[in-house]
Design a protein around this ligand. Structure first.
Ligand code: SF4
Ligand code: SF4
Length: 323
């Protein structure tokens, strides 16, 4: 049985598009943040659009490209072309074989998504352990939606537990009960996104309705009431015209007040910014918030909302004041 378990861990792979060391925004202390590829939602404002598709993809950093056309000539699927001095990717033809990335002399082609075993990711985590130990940090899995890779996350978190490493799970909640069952018992902190309460708005802005998200939240609530863990924190992205209406924020506040008081520690309001716009160009996806901005006036409204709801520990993050 022990041998089977060992083999399972070695063979199980998760698709990861980024691993960040010493991150300070996703839980206590210094964190190693694992970004899993693939998401169950498709939020129009996603700050990691390269994490939405579960497919392996590439993007080209045009500032690094010297126009040698090595990539065009080696692509076995004719997915690359040179148009108006730029490499273009035909995403229908690209299979994510990464041949082009291997031949690019300037590393202008970046791989989006690589498959790692649990042990491979855990080895990267261990390299940061000294910083975690001195700062009270740990590991955070996010994405994408890490709940799409439940066995991988579960195995990784079990290993973290064995080494005394704090674990945080960042989820949209649109995941199966089986995934919750696999992950939550090994999780110290859940970041649960509450984005849009109204069903038709949620479908329009995120691609999916809210019922399964509510079920997941109820599941976590029951688990927490029974086991007095994990710690629960909520996150709401404040997106102009999508999530920032008074009606939406008040509906979330009502849900938390009526059902979750005493069960969660923080509610983070993560303010809109457009620093991800470049990524949208690189991945050939439309950034529909070009004309939107979150100015000082909007910031003051959010601050007023926070002050009105002082019974909750509301934090505001992400604001970028433009000159
Ligand atoms: S990843 Fe493979 S299929 Fe896609 S563009 Fe590069 S070489 Fe072609
Ligand atoms: S191989 Fe790299 S540097 Fe050469 S054209 Fe392709 S992306 Fe540009």
């Amino acid at each position: 049985m022990a041998t089977e378990q060992h083999r399972y861990t070695e063979e199980l792979k998760g698709r990861v598009f980024k691993i960040e060391s010493l991150n300070t925004h996703n839980g206590p202390g210094y964190r190693t943040v694992i970004y899993m590829k693939g998401c169950t939602l498709n939020c129009l404002w996603c700050h990691n659009p390269e994490g939405i598709s579960q497919k392996k993809e590439i993007w080209v950093l045009h500032s690094k490209c010297i126009g040698c056309l090595c990539c065009v000539s080696v692509c076995p699927h004719s997915a690359l072309s040179f148009v108006q001095d730029k490499i273009e990717v035909d995403r229908d033809k690209c299979t994510g074989c990464y041949t082009c990335a291997g031949f690019c002399p300037t590393k202008a082609i970046e791989k989006l998504g690589e498959d790692f075993t649990v042990d491979e990711v855990f080895d990267k985590v261990l390299k940061d352990k000294v910083f975690m130990d001195t700062s009270g940090g740990g590991v955070t899995v996010t994405g994408g939606e890490p709940g799409m890779a439940p066995e991988f996350v579960s195995q990784l978190f079990r290993k973290c537990r064995e080494e005394g490493i704090h674990t945080a799970f960042d989820t949209s909640g649109l995941i199966s009960k089986k995934a919750l069952d696999a992950i939550i018992p090994f999780t110290d902190l859940v970041f649960f996104d509450l984005k849009i309460m109204k069903e038709e708005n949620a479908k329009k802005m995120t691609g999916k309705g809210t019922s399964q998200i509510s079920e997941s939240l109820n599941w976590i609530k029951s688990y927490k009431m029974e086991h007095d863990k994990p710690e629960l924190q909520f996150r709401t992205p404040i997106i102009p015209g999508a999530t920032d209406s008074k009606e939406n924020l008040e509906a979330i506040e009502q849900l938390l007040r009526e059902n979750y008081e005493g069960l969660f520690t923080d509610w983070e309001l993560n303010l809109f910014n457009d620093i991800c716009e470049d990524k949208y160009q690189r991945i050939n996806r439309e950034w529909i918030f070009r004309e939107k901005e979150f100015g000082a006036g909007a910031y003051q409204e959010i601050e007023a909302f926070k002050n009105k709801n002082q019974k909750f520990n509301i934090t505001i993050s992400g604001f970028i004041q433009k000159s």
